[in-house]
Design a protein around this ligand. Structure first.
Ligand SMILES: [Ca+2]
Ligand SMILES: [Ca+2]
Length: 194
């Protein structure tokens, strides 16, 4: 008489392990892409919310509000430095509109670096810069247009996301205008962090 045990046979166990290994191999890359997309989109949302807050404060206080990337101590704007992801940024009431944090000017918000795997760049008229200012009317200072771009490590161009600022101060998420799967900046160029 044969007795069937309650456990799995060796062959059954090996089949289960083989199927599990295939599932992991198939699922892991797509999970990684999912994480990249998720982090990039949440960074894009955060940038848009930060800009909206800056513009709203500019209108409310009728003052210039500047956002800039900073040194580690968050005490100065590094205006020519393009690394928005390195030490984060500050938003302050720029009373004298010189795009630098001076004594007596109030910091409204600050943020340390967002995510070690994320590059963030601000491109203004094609150049990479470290500062953006809203006037007391909520417009972009000097009528400049700009785009913040967020690029995750390992992401391809179709996964980059950005936020544009029009001369009027209007803030908008970037879109793929020409349907080639890559979003464009305020000048119509493909988004890039390089
Ligand atoms: Ca100032
Ligand atoms: Ca496109």
């Amino acid at each position: 008489m044969k007795y069937r045990t309650n456990g799995f046979t060796l062959v059954e166990t090996m089949i289960v392990l083989a199927v599990a290994a295939i599932l992991v191999a198939v699922a892991a890359p797509s999970f990684n892409q999912f994480m990249i997309n998720n982090r990039t989109q949440s960074t894009q949302s955060f940038i848009a919310a930060t800009l909206a807050q800056a513009r709203s404060e500019a209108l409310k206080q009728n003052q210039h509000i500047t956002i800039c990337n900073t040194n580690r101590a968050h005490s100065r704007c590094r205006r020519r430095n393009e690394e928005w992801d390195q030490f984060g940024w500050i938003m302050f009431v720029d009373t004298n509109a010189n795009e630098q944090l001076d004594g007596g000017e109030t910091i409204l918000a600050s943020r340390q670096s967002i995510n070690g795997a994320m590059a963030i760049r601000l491109k203004r008229t094609g150049n990479r810069v470290g500062v953006f200012r809203f006037t007391g009317a909520g417009a972009s200072a000097n009528d400049l247009t700009a785009t913040f771009v967020a690029c995750h490590n390992g992401a391809v161009a179709s996964q980059f996301r950005g936020v544009t600022i029009a001369a009027t101060g209007r803030i908008a998420a970037t879109r793929d205008i020409d349907n080639d799967d890559v979003h464009e900046d305020h000048l119509g160029n493909d988004l890039s962090c390089s």
